[in-house]
Structure formats: C-alpha cells, structure tokens
Design a protein around this ligand. Structure first.
Ligand code: GLP
Length: 260
C-alpha cells in the first residue's frame, strides 16, 4: 500500500487528480470508479480545473458510482447520481450515458444489483477506483461486518453513517435506511484503488485501515489485500498512524505516486 501524506485537503485533491489524470491520459477510454461524500470533492474540483484549463478530457471514459440510496428518485438532490453530476461530471465532457450508478429505485433490487455487476464486467472492469472512508471504516456503503468477498447488494446503514450523512438531508429521519453498494469483493477487482481522506475525524479509521489487522469489522482494511492501493491523506487524517514518519520519509526520498 502506498501512503501519501500531504499538508492540506487541497493537496489531497491535487495528488488524487494527478493519479486520475495519469490513468485517463494513458487510457482515454478508461473506466473510472467514482465515490461520493465530501472526501473526493477536492479531487473533482482539481479535475474540473484541469479539464477547463488543460483540456483533460473524459469524453471516452466510462464511470461507475460506488453506491446509491434505496428509495430516492434519481433526481432527488441527495441521490448520489445527482450529487456526482453536480459536483463533477456535469462540469466535464463525460456524456451522460457513460455515467452509471446502482439503481436504488428499482422494483427488483436484487436484479438491479446483478445488472450492475454485469455492466461493470462488460465495460472491462474498473481501471481506477476513488474511495472515501467512513468514520466507522466503511468503504462505499460496506458497513462494519460486511463480507470481504461481497458483491453489489442491498445493505442496511449503520446508525453512525446515517448520523454522519444527515448533514446532506433536512433531518436524520429523511436519511434512507437502505442502500445499494458495490461489495468489497467488487471494489477489490478494480485495478487501482485510490482512497482519499482529510481531517482528524478520519484519523482513527485511516490508521485502522492502513495499519490494523484485515478484518470485516473495518471494511477499508481490505485495501491491504489489494496489489495496487494508494492512500492519499492530509496531516490531520494521518495523525493516528504509528508509521507516519516512515511514509513521509518514503515519499520525500522518492515520490512513488509520480511513477504510477
Ligand atoms: C458515504 C459514502 C462513502 C464515503 C463516506 C464518507 O457514506 N457512501 O463512499 O466514503 O460517505 O463521506 P465523507 O467523505 O463525506 O466523510
């Protein structure tokens, strides 16, 4: 696992965008896995800036979202499909029909989950998957206890996640109780995982993910099983790492992420 520690959330966005840009420039028809939440926003802002300033193009990429709430219509302001369009894809040249999200409004959710797995496979799999991390260590909406081999399926949200995400809704009661999420097994099939996090509230989850045992109780620890996982965090999110000085030293000596 590569752990890149930078000074600020903005720097997290710059390094995150460097990695995504490299994938897209190398493979203009790359398949990108997108995440919602506030953590990847600085990366999206930087990618939009590069699209506008340097012509970085997403026209021939295909994007798959990690997860979606169950029961929200796609045009609901809190639905993740709308979120990602507002925060990223609408501001670049990605055609609408090349953006995919799990269908949380489907009548048959089991079939919708299977279809989503098939769509990712038909696109050739994900080249680079952006991830945030929940304060309880979740990735996507794979809550603690999720099978490390899980595939796209319906999950029940943990109370802590509903409380964390209530800031996007007008009240806690409005936060859906169920979601559709790519499984941990699905996520691990992406060819490159890029987890971004900033702020002290994530420090404990980041330390457990990077340095703790691999365990279903901390879903992000599954990244340790992946051959190409990069964790980009700011100083605050890195504050609970025992090995932080070593990661800093490694990247001072040789910024390995530049060679990805
Ligand atoms: C949600 C998303 C996750 C995200 C997490 C962290 O639960 N499903 O993909 O990583 O929030 O959110 P934030 O980055 O806003 O802290």
């Amino acid at each position: 696992m590569e752990v890149v520690i930078v000074d600020t959330p903005e720097m997290v966005g710059i390094v995150g965008a460097d990695i995504v840009e490299r994938v897209v420039r190398r493979h203009p028809s790359a398949v990108l896995g997108l995440a919602t939440g506030s953590s990847p926003l600085s990366t999206y802002r930087e990618l939009i800036r590069r699209h506008l300033a340097d012509g970085l193009s997403f026209r021939t990429t295909t994007c798959f979202l990690l997860d979606e709430y169950v029961g929200l219509p796609p045009d609901h302001p809190c639905a993740y499909l709308g979120f990602i369009a507002r925060e990223f894809t609408r501001h670049v040249d990605l055609p609408d029909n090349q953006l995919h999200a799990p269908d949380g409004a489907a009548e048959n959710l089991v079939a919708a989950c299977d279809n989503y797995e098939r769509a990712i496979a038909a696109a050739g799999g994900v080249d680079a998957q952006l991830l945030g991390i929940g304060t309880n260590g979740h990735i996507g909406f794979n809550e603690p206890g999720s099978s490390l081999a899980s595939r796209t399926r319906v999950k029940t949200l943990a109370t802590r996640t509903r409380q964390d995400n209530a800031r996007f809704f007008s009240s806690l009661d409005e936060v859906p109780r169920h979601v559709v999420t790519q499984g941990i097994g699905t996520i691990l099939q992406a060819r490159h995982l890029l987890l971004v996090a900033s702020g002290g509230a994530k420090a404990e989850a980041v330390a457990a993910a990077v340095e703790g045992p691999v365990a279903a109780i901390l879903p992000a620890s599954a990244l340790q099983l992946h051959p190409h996982a990069t964790v980009v965090i700011d100083d605050a999110a890195a504050s609970r790492l025992r090995n932080g000085d070593y990661y800093r030293q490694t990247f001072a000596d040789k910024p390995a992420w530049q060679t990805l």
